[in-house]
Design a protein around this ligand. Sequence first.
Ligand code: HEC
Length: 141
Amino acid sequence: MRKRKRSHLIWTAAFLLVTQAACDAKTGDVREWTPSDHDQPARPGAQVSARPAGEGFDPGLVDLAWQRNCFTCHGARGRGDGPQGPMVRAPDLTDPAWQGRVTDAQIAETIRKGRNQMPAFDLPDQVIEGLVQRVRASRAP
Ligand code: HEC
């Protein structure tokens, strides 16, 4: 008799624990989305261009695009000092003389179509525009 009552209590407790856990899992899912949710470490193979341009554009994508597509040759700031920079002779994009000669449209065109050792990049317009701004912001004094 006593034994039976105890096992009933245990089952009730177990049931409460399970439903409690289920509730926790649910409320954990409905937090608000923030841009930082996208700032995950770069995963090899993830496609920057997979996301359509326009809807909810995330500026973090520009950094991601630079890291993934440009860094190997142009380096972190664009000085041409990435791991492959010397091999392909990547130019110094911070050079004020070059920056003064080139237009935003020409920079965008080079990114889209490539040039000599530099491959073409099929990226959404807003990412290309962001990359152009990034190159501009790196201009040396
Ligand atoms: C495989 C190496 C490589 C990668 C990757 C690369 N570039 Fe280049 N880039 C070069 C080389 C080499 C040149 C010089 C091309 C030439 O004029 O002969 C260049 C030139 C440029 C220029 C200057 C063009 C001009 O007007 O003289 C810009 C701007 C540029 N790259 C931006 C980018 C951006 C942005 C990315 C990433 C989306 C990128 N590059 C990826 C190698 C690379």
